[in-house]
Design a protein around this ligand. Structure first.
Ligand code: SF4
Ligand code: SF4
Length: 387
């Protein structure tokens, strides 16, 4: 089958880069009077934001273009995600920040925490104190209290209130979105895969700020198209392509160079275990418990981020993903100066090689293109090691 299959997302969304389409949608929403809340992390409780009829807007940046400006203020030896995000704000060129009426932040890694202090004057900001020992008995109480404090912040900033019913509805919507996303990811798990990343990445970019109900129709169309591809014999990637599971730091923009290198080396990325990939959809929030805020807190504390200790869920989640996606190799992408993901890579390496007998590669990189040649050599060597 050589014909190009239909794109996964509706025609009305195609033709432009996903970030531009997302921006156009947000601007239209803003013109209709919708309030917007900037977020930087998968721990931001987006269901609460949506229950207030506000739109969450991701402010994480993945572009090399603003790093130089950021380094005039921030240390060069800092994670590129933080530098890039800060650089956009410093240059006043982030359209997503411009749309945000307020910002929600969390105490995750040190770099982000200190960057939040530098931008705190620019927008009303609320910092949530994230417990970093998620299995401690008090962690759930602390995080529940933090979500309540965010509720109070949103109430006073946007001068509106939220009901339990609205919260329960927002939870049901989020669960619907996650179920649909997981249905789509299942097509990448097929052998051979019917879809893969970066195609899925485009869809996820758009999904970030789309409500559960709108996403439902978008994803229903995608499922129809995937079914048609299956029937017509379209597969993603070349015949016999090595299947790669990517894990680690969030990726996007200029860091997508790694997808390109893997595909050029004859591989296909079938799973993206990161916060810009499948992680936010990996679990569901318990519905109709009578205490929706606590139910949210319980789900958020299960996110396996390396800022948590111990982060054992990352390893058990890796087992589940390997079973479902059957990769031939695992790539752990670590952004430069991200110490927690860098150190945790030792445990991921052990798990992948000892328990699953799969080749493993840690890639330490930033948003520049200067290491492409070296990446290519290392990825080719990895794929040659595949059984
Ligand atoms: S990797 Fe951790 S700190 Fe970064 S977005 Fe995900 S949960 Fe937040
Ligand atoms: S990639 Fe690492 S250092 Fe960068 S913001 Fe995320 S947790 Fe922090």
């Amino acid at each position: 089958m050589n014909e190009t299959p239909e794109p996964l997302i509706n025609d009305e969304y195609t033709g432009e880069p996903p970030s531009k389409r997302l921006l156009a949608r947000l601007i239209a929403e803003r013109e209709r009077g919708t309030g917007m809340v900037g977020i930087y992390c998968a721990y931001a409780p987006v269901e609460l934001i949506r229950a207030f009829d506000l739109t969450p807007v991701s402010l994480c940046a993945f572009s090399n273009a603003t790093i130089e400006a950021a380094e005039e203020v921030l240390p060069a030896n800092l994670c590129p995600l933080i530098k890039s995000s800060y650089g956009f704000i410093l240059k006043d060129t982030c359209p997503f920040f411009a749309l945000s009426d307020a910002v929600v932040a969390e105490t995750t890694c040190d770099g982000k925490k200190k960057m939040f202090e530098l931008i705190a004057e620019r927008r009303p900001m609320h910092v949530m104190d994230l417990p970093q020992l998620p299995d401690n008995p008090g962690a759930i109480d602390t995080w529940t209290a933090m979500i309540h404090r965010l509720r109070e912040f949103l109430e006073s900033t946007f001068r509106r209130t939220v009901t339990i019913e609205r919260l329960e509805q927002a939870i049901r919507d989020a669960n619907t979105k996650s179920r649909l996303m997981n249905r789509i990811f299942a097509y990448a798990a097929m052998d051979p895969p019917i879809t893969g990343w970066p195609e899925l990445f485009d869809m996820l970019t758009l999904a970030q700020s789309v409500s559960g109900s709108e996403m439902a129709s978008l994803l229903d169309h995608a499922v129809e198209r995937l079914e048609r591809r299956k029937t017509d014999g379209h597969v993603y990637g070349p015949k016999g392509a090595r299947r790669v599971l990517m894990t680690g730091c969030p990726v996007g923009g200029d860091a997508l160079k790694v997808f390109k290198v893997i595909e050029e080396a004859g591989g296909v990325v079938v799973a993206l275990d990161s916060c810009s990939g499948m992680k936010p959809y990996a679990d569901y929030i318990e519905e109709d418990t009578g205490d929706p805020v606590r139910a949210m807190a319980a789900r958020y504390l299960k996110i396996p981020c390396s800022c948590m200790t111990p982060n054992t869920r990352r390893l058990t989640e890796m087992d589940r993903l390997i079973e479902q996606f059957r990769p031939d190799a695992v790539v752990d992408l670590v952004l430069q100066a991200c110490h927690s993901y860098n150190i945790e890579s030792i445990k991921v390496d052990e798990r992948v090689q000892k328990k699953h007998g799969l080749p493993f590669l840690k890639i330490l990189t930033d948003y520049s293109q200067s290491d492409i040649g070296q990446l290519r050599t290392r990825v080719e060597a990895l794929l040659e090691m595949c059984p």
